[in-house]
Ligand binder design. Structure first.
Ligand SMILES: NC(=O)c1ccc[n+]([C@@H]2O[C@H](COP(=O)([O-])OP(=O)(O)OC[C@H]3O[C@@H](n4cnc5c(N)ncnc54)[C@H](O)[C@@H]3O)[C@@H](O)[C@H]2O)c1
Ligand SMILES: [Zn+2]
Length: 364
């Protein structure tokens, strides 16, 4: 499947996402073509390089044997400016110029860091993404956001730099740990709740084949999620409004991540955040209890947390959200589900009501 994300600008820009079971085999030829004579530098998550590097070499991906592979120890604590400098210096020393391009192979950390480096290397060179985690295939490789963290917070430095092409092969997920698959699934479930009832039905009925990494099932969820995200991004690339629907579950989710010192994983926090948004929506009379139950059941089938840990005070969640809002200099835009496949933006949250909902969500 091919999805072309057309973006406005001085001249039309298109970012192409190719998803398929034969993508690995097609990369040599297609990336070769798309490079149009540029020299290529590969930024690989070093774990992915050790799992998949030989396969890529055997398939003849261009430039892998010319000292143009930059293995990078991808991890959230390592998603820093020093990583950008490390990659850029390796490139300079290997002769990269303004006529080079970067291909990122790995999860969201690798894609964000490599994309950021590409956006500022000699004032910007093209980049390509080969996402290898479910989260990267359904979320971070689409939309052109790049960046690194500061000790003060995640993704505080970054750019918009659309990849020329994204190559997603579900077979990469055969080596992905279950815990990582679950983090990506939270974003798939989110996409379905935002705007795809067909995807929702599929996820409800096929969790076992997804867990077994059945390529067909993976293709379905990756394609549908990318399609949804690309439609939203096409309508609002720089998040001036509509793109915020993608933040469903993320308002409470980010607060939970911060309050647990990032011990709770992003996808898990998004699942709890989605439950909070759904519960609030039900409280406001917008969502039917049956729909809230459906979301809970799917999250539970994936062993995602649907309650707020006892150790966290609901008032602290609200305070963390307010602090975030102040930092971003914006009002609180709460994305609430109305039914599965439809969300709306809500800006007038009553703190007491919200506190009540969070209180009722506290678990053990
Ligand atoms: N740019 C965006 O729009 C956007 C959107 C969502 C998230 N993000 C960012 O994405 C990052 C999270 O991405 P992630 O969850 O992919 O994390 P990640 O890149 O850290 O990868 C998770 C783990 O999986 C391993 N891994 C990757 N591919 C593998 C494979 N095929 N087999 C075995 N192991 C593999 C990695 O080595 C790592 O340990 C965060 O930094 C987040 O801010 C960006
Ligand atoms: Zn997310």
């Amino acid at each position: 499947m091919k999805i072309d994300v057309s973006l406005p600008g001085g001249r039309a820009r298109v970012s192409r996402i190719v998803i398929g079971e034969d993508v690995m085999e097609r990369i040599a030829e297609e990336v070769g073509k798309a490079l149009r004579g540029r020299s290529v530098f590969w930024v690989w998550d070093e774990s992915v390089w050790s799992l998949w590097g030989k396969k890529a070499q055997s398939l003849g991906w261009p430039g892998l044997d010319e000292g143009h592979v930059i293995p990078f120890a991808a991890s959230e604590p390592g998603k820093r400016l020093t990583a950008v400098e490390f990659i850029a210096r390796r490139m300079i020393n290997a002769g990269a110029s303004r006529d080079s391009a970067i291909v990122a192979v790995g999860g969201g950390v690798t894609g964000d860091v490599a994309g950021f480096t590409a956006s500022i290397y000699m004032r910007g060179i093209p980049h390509f993404q080969i996402p290898t985690t479910l989260l990267a295939q359904v979320d971070s490789s689409v939309g052109g956001k790049t960046g690194v963290d500061l000790p003060e917070g995640k993704n505080l430095l970054g750019t918009f730099h659309q990849p020329v092409q994204v190559w997603s092969d579900p077979r990469f997920l055969s080596t992905l740990p279950d815990e990582e698959l679950r983090q990506g699934m939270a974003e798939v479930i989110k996409s379905a709740v935002i705007g795809d009832e067909v995807l929702w039905k599929f996820v409800e009925n096929h969790s076992e084949s997804i867990k077994k990494r059945d390529p067909e099932a993976l293709l379905r969820i990756i394609s549908a999620s990318c399609l949804l995200k690309s439609r939203v991004v096409q309508a609002d690339e720089k998040e001036s409004g509509y793109r915020r629907v993608l933040n469903l579950g993320h308002t409470v989710g980010h607060a939970l991540e911060k309050l647990t010192g990032y011990r709770l994983r992003h996808g898990d926090c998004v699942a709890t955040g989605m439950m909070a948004a759904a519960s609030l929506s039900m409280r406001l009379g917008m969502m039917q209890p049956g729909d809230v139950e459906k979301i809970r059941n799917v999250c539970e089938a994936w062993e995602m947390p649907v309650t707020i840990p006892r150790s966290i005070e609901p008032a602290d969640i609200i305070a963390a959200i307010q602090a975030d809002k102040k930092r971003i200099g914006d009002k609180l835009h709460f994305i609430l589900p109305v039914h599965i496949g439809k969300v709306m933006e809500y800006t007038e949250i009553d703190n007491d009501e919200f506190l009540d909902v969070l209180e009722m969500m506290r678990g053990e």
